[in-house]
Design a protein around this ligand. Structure first.
Ligand code: DX5
Ligand code: ZN
Length: 220
């Protein structure tokens, strides 16, 4: 049986009721908290920063998966460890020395992830696949929640899965952007291990049920 992990993106939460939404994720069948950090430089938007993550960490009872959409992320690796990150993902396009960044994340005791933009070919990851715990394939251009899913993603998931198998790696494949109950099953079948879902979960009438549905349809 394949158990696909569900990671609600807190970017889509109600920030005026953040503790309520964090408790909702705690209570639900969700596996991880997905935390989007944007700097207004790498992506054309600014989300939230350290004090907000500290507040989330205080209440979160599940794995904290931090997605850094910032330039030169090496500056903040230790900071995010101290803020409670369990997994720290940096963008391929934002790192000049990606191999070094991955080692620095792991040296702090976190799992290391690489996110790739929709235009970045998965083949570029072949030489670091054994050094990375997670690859986050962006299925929208990063920067905003609520965008529509890019269909080319299925092909990328399959290609990446081949690279992982060929190299005997145990890297997880995460999909981020535009995930709904319409594409979740096909993504899991293509080889995705973790699905991030922001607006689909938080705009739903019943987020707890929506998470349970996503979990059910992606259990293969
Ligand atoms: C986009 C972020 C995503 C976003 C997903 O830059 O990385 O994690 O919150 O939101 P939805 O699921 O609404 O596309
Ligand atoms: Zn994200």
């Amino acid at each position: 049986m394949k158990n696909t992990l569900i990671a609600p993106s807190v970017l889509a939460a109600d920030f005026a009721n953040l503790q309520r939404d964090v408790e909702m994720i705690n209570k639900s069948e969700a596996d991880w908290f997905h935390i989007d950090i944007m700097d207004g430089v790498f992506v054309p938007n600014i989300s939230f920063g350290m004090p907000v993550l500290a507040a989330i960490s205080k209440h979160a009872k599940k794995t904290i998966d931090v997605h850094l959409m910032i330039v030169d992320p090496d500056r903040y690796i230790k900071t995010f460890k101290d803020l409670g990150a369990d997994i720290l993902t940096v963008h391929y396009e934002a790192c000049n020395h990606l191999h070094r960044s991955l080692q620095a994340i792991k040296a702090e005791g976190m799992k290391a992830g690489i996110a790739i933009n929709p235009h970045t070919n998965v083949a570029l990851l072949e030489d670091v696949i054994n050094d990375v715990d997670l690859v986050c394939i962006m299925s929208v251009n990063p920067g905003f929640g609520g965008q529509s899913f890019i269909e080319n993603t299925y092909k990328k998931v399959k290609q990446l899965k081949e690279i992982i198998v060929r190299n005997n790696a145990n890297t997880l494949i995460e999909i981020d952007g535009g995930v709904t109950s319409k594409n979740a099953k096909q993504l899991a079948e293509a080889g995705a291990d973790v699905l991030v879902a922001g607006s689909f979960v938080f705009n739903a009438e019943n987020p707890i049920e929506t998470i349970a549905d996503l979990k059910k349809i992606t259990t293969l």
